[in-house]
Write a protein that binds this ligand. Structure first.
Ligand code: SF4
Length: 388
């Protein structure tokens, strides 16, 4: 059996680590590219949401590379994610591909089904061994997410543009081979010391922006046009509402993001008081939380036809008015162009910068807003900033 899985941010690091531990042969699909998207589009229904199309393209490229078993997550609704695996299976069978599919349903669908699926992924291992593997795998996944969280926050403060991105790549390489708990702890420390070693100007007043929305678009840089790195390079400090290990964990504590599902739901309650699937409810709750924490603005990303975040989008203007926090929503599909998205993003960042400037004048604070060398200075045009 040669198992494969779709890309989604750093999930290839997490799953390849897991399969190395279980002894299962696996194939990592080529990095998501324009070709992946085009392959997915060729076979997907036009009205399907973008993640289905891109991940279908990942599967096709992995099958071409020799995979014979597709691993996909299931779901319990109410959004369409729970149907993805079945729909993709039908599409690929009809297209003539020969493969088996393993659908990992969440424990909410029943622990027996969940454990039986894990047994398929860890042949010959006892439940106790599987549990240990998962526990250590999670430890590593969390370490990877902690590094990413740090990079999102501090890339804006780097003195030399690109240093943090380079350090992040190096840090991931250090953590990749760690196997035992002790090795993971050591590698995590070493990786953090590399990130902390990047020269930063922490006195620089940077804009603080929260990124919310549908999990796949938030986690997969190909789907979101690498927006996080772009904003970080502009001198914007970021916080994101979803991290991979929080998303796959059956616990609701969200150890990386730091705010539990219950707290997020509580924050959303005046506007939306029940689960609507996907990240609909968290998108509203996180906007309230970011506003209360004094963030300058919120960027909302979701795929065209995504039901849960379309609900959130209809509510966010009220949250924005009530809490006086600018929110911009980007609806993304295969027709979305990077240039258009970046233009709107820059206009939004300019708005945030001018609001901060006005506020700092009111409070007689410093006038410099963000990274004066390559960040947003509202007195400069885009070409003067080197962004045009
Ligand atoms: S959350 Fe939205 S985009 Fe994601 S699977 Fe559900 S409907 Fe599709």
């Amino acid at each position: 059996m040669k198992v494969t899985f779709p890309h989604m941010g750093t999930i290839d690091l997490v799953l390849s680590d897991l399969f190395d531990r279980t002894g299962l042969e696996y194939i990592i699909p080529p990095r998501t590219s324009e070709r992946t998207l085009q392959l997915g589009l060729r076979y997907s229904p036009e009205f399907a949401c973008l993640p289905l199309k891109i991940t279908l393209g990942n599967f096709i490229e992995a099958l071409e590379a020799g995979a014979d078993t597709l691993l996909m997550a299931g779901g319990v609704g109410p959004c369409r994610f729970g149907y993805y695996a079945e729909v993709q299976k039908c599409i690929l069978k009809e297209a003539g591909y020969d493969f088996d599919m393993i659908i990992l349903e969440p424990p909410a669908m029943g622990w027996k089904l969940f454990i039986d699926t894990l047994r398929l992924l860890a042949p010959g291992k006892s439940i106790r061994q599987i549990w240990r593997i998962i526990k250590t795998g999670f430890r590593k996944a969390r370490a990877i997410d902690e590094l990413e969280k740090y990079v999102l926050k501090y890339r804006a403060y780097e003195v030399k543009r690109g240093d943090m991105t380079k350090a992040y790549k190096k840090a991931l390489e250090i953590i990749k081979p760690a196997i035992t708990d002790e090795e993971i702890t050591e590698a995590r420390e070493e990786a953090f010391s590399i990130l902390e070693g990047v020269e930063k100007d922490l006195g620089r007043p940077c804009l603080k922006v929260g990124i919310i929305g549908e999990f796949y678009l938030l986690l997969e840089p190909f789907a979101n046009f690498g927006i996080e790195e772009y904003l970080g390079n502009m001198g914007i400090s970021l916080e994101r509402s979803v991290y991979l290990s929080d998303w796959i964990s059956p616990s609701s504590k969200n150890l990386i993001m730091g705010i539990s599902d219950q707290e997020v739901a509580q924050a959303a309650r005046p506007y939306l008081n029940h689960f609507v699937g996907g990240e609909g409810l968290p998108s509203v709750g996180h906007t309230v939380i970011y506003a209360k924490e004094g963030f300058d603005g919120v960027i909302h990303l979701f795929p065209f036809t995504c039901m849960p975040d379309t609900i959130a989008k209809s509510i966010l203007p009220k949250v924005s008015r009530d809490y006086d926090i600018p929110v911009i929503s980007f609806v993304i599909d295969e027709q979305t162009g990077r240039a258009g998205l970046i233009t709107r993003l820059e206009a939004f960042i300019d708005l945030l910068a001018s609001r901060r400037k006005q506020k700092s004048k009111l409070h007689k604070e410093h006038d410099v807003l963000v990274n004066p060398r390559f960040g947003v200075d509202v007195t400069l045009s885009n070409s003067e900033r080197g962004l045009a």
